[in-house]
Write a protein that binds this ligand. Structure first.
Ligand code: FRU
Length: 502
């Protein structure tokens, strides 16, 4: 049964009540995906953080469980990760045979961000309940006030932790998750990525790059995700990434001329990947909001939602210095959301003339705010067209993804609630460089009641935004807004849209 609650996402995760931010401790164990998250169980604004807990077997429907971790003498429970300790390095295993699931998180004391130390909690009942480790904290550094968001994985015979420290990342190693020694650091050089804010929520991920594009040379490279706030491409929070090598001690990024962003929209933050993912995918979930206005969004009982799960891969683009790029693809499981009875497809080519709008869903009485759509376009070069694909309603509200002057953009200015605060009002339109240069543009979009997630050029450019309209945006049109008389060409080659189950 679909809810009718205003702004409530129908297929994205949101808590039944109260505040959430970052996804934490994402892990798969024994048939179940666990998502923990920053949670304030008494209010709809940020406050004393707990780890909330939800589980899923299909990455679509999430069941909210009891709070997993609550504040203690060491402070509130900030972001972190979790791992399965299959070889019992911690000695936490009991005779019930379950592998210990160990959460590694930041304890932040009453003074909030002033004192941050790293702590452990473990579960021997498949993440149903957690116990705090008696000798917490396991890592502290009096000299670093911003010392948080431990992300741990096993590599080269030891546990490796990435930790956000001010605006760099420190790496630590441990045999047993309990004693840690510093291995190296990355990012102190102001040339390395963006430093206009605090670095948060790191995740170091191995990925295979098809170097020649034909399978003849497969290199294992490492991608370091680093969320930064503020400093994002459209102000406020965003996630940058670095591609490089990791030798078990040191991460070295390749030469970079530009900061790379995992997502160019305003609302994709603190994304990290699942540990122990059964297919070995780098499966990422992010918080779909922005610290610039997260506390001001107009929802009532709850506040905050997550992106759809996405798979990360590396591709090689033809550039001399910095040739690797991250691509994001909606998790395959999401195909289950498609309602086969609510589907529309055109294969005939449609020429969209300058200064004209074509309704893509009107004729077939296709109408739902829950959509997955795929559109393939052909554009001319010199001159290029300017166009937008918009989800809209009959009272003129709309959210558009468009292209103009070699840039993509996402525009939520024509929604009703645009004055949440000055930051939100200032970030109604966000822009992204188009990395691809082909005359064919393929776009995939996921639309929910209060969000849009766009994957352009096979996920080379992604843009994510939340928005708040008074009526559902349940129709799609394409607008060629190139100047009248322009010789630029815009053709729809193929258009498919699925209504999605709630
Ligand atoms: C990122 C963040 C983390 C911190 C948590 C607190 O959004 O600021 O660095 O652990 O949120 O809720």
């Amino acid at each position: 049964q679909c809810t009718t609650e205003e702004f409530r996402p129908r297929y994205h995760f949101s808590p039944a009540e109260h505040w959430i931010n970052d996804p934490n401790g994402l892990i798969y164990y024994d048939g179940v995906y666990h998502m923990f998250y920053q949670y304030h169980p008494n209010d709809t604004i940020w406050g004393p953080m707990h780890w909330g807990h939800a589980i899923s077997t299909n990455l679509i429907t999430w069941e909210e469980l009891d709070i997993a971790l609550a504040p203690d003498d060491l402070g509130d429970i900030f972001s972190g990760s979790s791992v399965v300790d299959t070889t019992n390095t911690t000695g936490f295993k009991t005779d019930n045979g379950n592998d210990p699931i160990v959460a590694i998180y930041t304890s932040a004391s009453e003074e909030g961000f002033l004192t941050q130390v790293q702590s452990l909690a473990y579960s021997v009942d498949k993440a149903a309940t957690f116990q705090k480790y008696v000798n917490n904290p396991v890592l502290r550094d009096e000299n670093s006030p911003d010392f948080r968001d431990p992300n741990v994985f096993y590599y080269g015979g030891k546990w490796i932790m990435s930790l956000a420290v001010g605006n760099k990342i420190e790496f630590y190693g441990s045999p047993d998750l309990k004693t840690w020694s510093k291995l190296s650091e990355f990012g102190a050089d102001p040339q390395q990525g963006n430093h206009d804010g605090v670095w948060e929520c790191p995740d170091l991920i191995p990925l295979i790059a098809d170097v020649n594009g034909d399978g003849t040379k497969l290199d294992e490279l490492w991608v370091l995700l680093v969320s930064i706030n503020p400093g994002g491409p459209n102000k406020g929070s965003a996630t940058q990434y670095f591609v490089g090598n990791f030798d078990g001690t040191t991460f070295t990024s390749f030469t970079w001329s530009n900061t790379q962003w995992m997502d160019w929209g305003p609302d994709n933050y603190a994304g990290v990947t699942f540990s122990n993912e059964p297919q070995g995918r780098a499966l990422v979930v992010s918080w779909m909001s922005n610290w610039n206005y997260a506390n001001a969004t107009p929802t009532s009982a709850w506040r905050g939602q997550m992106t759809i799960p996405r798979t990360l891969d590396l591709v090689v683009v033809n550039r001399t210095a910095d040739q690797y790029r991250l691509v994001s693809t909606p998790a395959e499981e999401l195909q289950e959301l498609r309602n086969p009875l609510h589907y529309l497809e055109y294969n005939a080519e449609i020429n969209v003339l300058p200064q004209s709008i074509i309704n893509l869903t009107e004729q077939a009485a296709f109408s739902t705010p829950l959509m997955e759509l795929e559109i393939t376009l052909n554009i001319s070069k010199n001159p290029e067209p300017s166009f937008a694909i918009c989800a809209h309603n009959t009272i003129g509200e709309e959210v558009c993804f468009g292209y103009s002057n070699a840039e993509y953009y996402l525009d939520r200015s024509k929604t009703t609630n645009t004055a949440l605060n000055t930051h939100y009002t200032g970030a109604l339109v966000s822009k992204a460089v188009r990395e691809a240069t082909e005359e064919v543009i393929s776009i995939r979009m996921f639309l929910d009641v209060s969000s849009i997630e766009v994957f352009a050029d096979g996920g080379l450019t992604t843009m994510t935004a939340i928005h708040f309209s008074s009526q559902p945006l349940d129709k799609i049109y394409i607008n060629n807004w190139s100047k009248a008389g322009s010789s630029a060409i815009l053709k729809v080659k193929n258009f498919k849209v699925y209504g999605l189950h709630c």
